[in-house]
Design a protein. Structure first.
Length: 135
């Protein structure tokens, strides 16, 4: 973050979508055979994004499978996977993503302040099954 702000400035950082790759693409080392340094940042970024998305989707589907009485749990996982693919194709334009980011703060506040109390209420209301382990 500090390196990006130092190289691009406040206005330049806000101008670019991925300022980190812009800083790496502006890096030039004489005599070095590699000219495109942003490739060094792209591979770890893709790996981190893929694993984060995969874990988040799995945990969301697993939570729905536990909370909802589903006879075929594989349908829940398939549903979440298809929903993720639909969202990826629904937001192909970067301008739509920026529009969605305007509502990100409201959605974050909803998640922070509604889901934990709702989970706790569900824990209090839901009765354990016979023979189930209690914490």
């Amino acid at each position: 973050g500090v390196t990006i702000l130092g190289n691009l400035g406040r206005e330049g950082t806000g101008h670019f979508i991925f300022p980190g790759t812009e800083v790496l693409s502006s890096l030039h080392l004489p005599g070095w055979p590699v000219e495109r340094f942003e490739l060094f940042l792209t591979l770890p970024w893709l790996i981190a994004t893929f694993t984060s998305l995969g874990i988040a989707l799995y945990l969301a589907a697993f939570a729905c499978q536990i909370l909802l009485p589903v006879k075929k749990p594989a349908l829940v996982y398939w549903g979440f996977g298809l929903a993720a693919i639909a969202l990826i194709y629904l937001f192909p334009n970067i301008l739509w993503i920026h529009l969605l980011q305007k509502y990100e703060r409201v959605l974050t506040l909803l998640v922070i302040y509604l889901i934990p109390p709702a989970s706790f209420l569900l824990f209090l209301v839901r009765k354990p099954e016979e023979g189930a382990k209690q914490w």
